[in-house]
Design a protein around this ligand. Structure first.
Ligand code: GDP
Ligand code: MG
Length: 193
C-alpha cells in the first residue's frame, strides 16, 4: 500500500528495481534521475553496502500529476544483486507497490535471471502479496550484448503472462523511461481500482 500524507496531500508509492548483480539496476536509476527536471526530483542517496551501491531517490512524475487531488510521489530503490545480500533485498522489497525486474540479456546470465526472479517472487509471497496481480515490469537490459537471449524466453520459463516487457540498453538510456512508465501506470491504476 502506498503511504498517504493527508497533511501534504501526497501519495507516495515505493518502486523497487530488482534483478541479478550487474544487470543494470543502478544504471536505470541514474538515468531516470538524470532525465528529470531538478525541481521534480530529490537528491540521489547512497545506502551503501561495501561492495555494491543501493540507491534511493524520490520524484514527482509529471505525467501522472495527481490522483484524486493528491500529488503522486515515487520512492525509487535498487537492491544489491549479490547472492549474500538476501537480507537487504528482503528489507528493501518490503512494502514495495511495484517492481521492475531488470534482466541481463547475456546468454551466460540466463539462469541467474531465473534465480533472482524466484527469490523475488518468494519474498513477495512471504509478505503476503498476491503475485498474480502485482504490478511488475520486465526489462531485458543489455540488448547490445553478443547473442542476447530471445524476448519471451524468460516469461516462458517463469510462467509470466501479460507482463509489460521492454528491451533496453540502460547505459545509453534506451528503454529506461519506457520501463518506468509501464510500471508507474500499473501501480497507480491498481491503487485507483
Ligand atoms: N553493455 C551494456 N552495459 C550496461 C548496460 N546497462 C548497464 N551496463 C553496465 O553494466 C555494469 C553494471 O551495471 P549496474 O547498473 O551497476 O548493475 P546493478 O548491479 O544491477 O546495479 C555497469 O558497468 C554498467 O555501465 C547495457 O545495457 N549494456
Ligand atoms: Mg547496483
Amino acid at each position: 500500500m502506498p503511504h498517504i500524507s493527508y497533511q501534504n496531500r501526497e501519495i507516495a508509492f515505493k518502486l523497487v528495481y530488482y534483478g541479478p548483480g550487474m544487470s543494470g539496476k543502478t544504471t536505470n536509476l541514474i538515468q531516470i534521475h538524470k532525465s528529470l527536471p531538478k525541481d521534480l526530483r530529490g537528491e540521489m542517496l547512497n545506502l551503501d553496502t561495501e561492495e555494491e551501491r543501493t540507491l534511493f531517490f524520490d520524484f514527482f512524475p509529471l505525467e501522472l500529476g495527481n490522483v484524486e487531488g493528491y500529488a503522486v510521489r515515487f520512492n525509487m530503490y535498487t537492491v544489491p544483486g549479490q547472492v549474500y545480500y538476501e537480507a537487504s533485498r528482503r528489507l528493501i522489497l518490503q512494502g514495495a507497490d511495484g517492481v521492475v525486474f531488470v534482466a541481463d540479456s547475456q546468454p551466460q546470465r540466463f539462469d541467474e535471471n531465473l534465480e533472482s526472479f524466484h527469490s523475488m517472487s518468494e519474498n513477495l509471497r512471504d509478505f503476503g502479496i498476491d503475485f498474480e496481480r502485482y504490478p511488475l515490469a520486465l526489462q531485458y537490459n543489455k540488448r547490445d550484448c553478443v547473442d542476447p537471449i530471445p524476448i519471451g524466453s524468460l516469461e516462458k520459463e517463469l510462467g509470466l503472462n501479460g507482463v509489460p516487457v521492454v528491451e533496453a540498453v540502460a547505459n545509453q538510456g534506451t528503454g529506461v523511461m519506457e520501463t518506468i512508465r509501464n510500471l508507474s501506470r500499473d501501480v497507480v491504476q491498481r491503487f485507483q481500482l
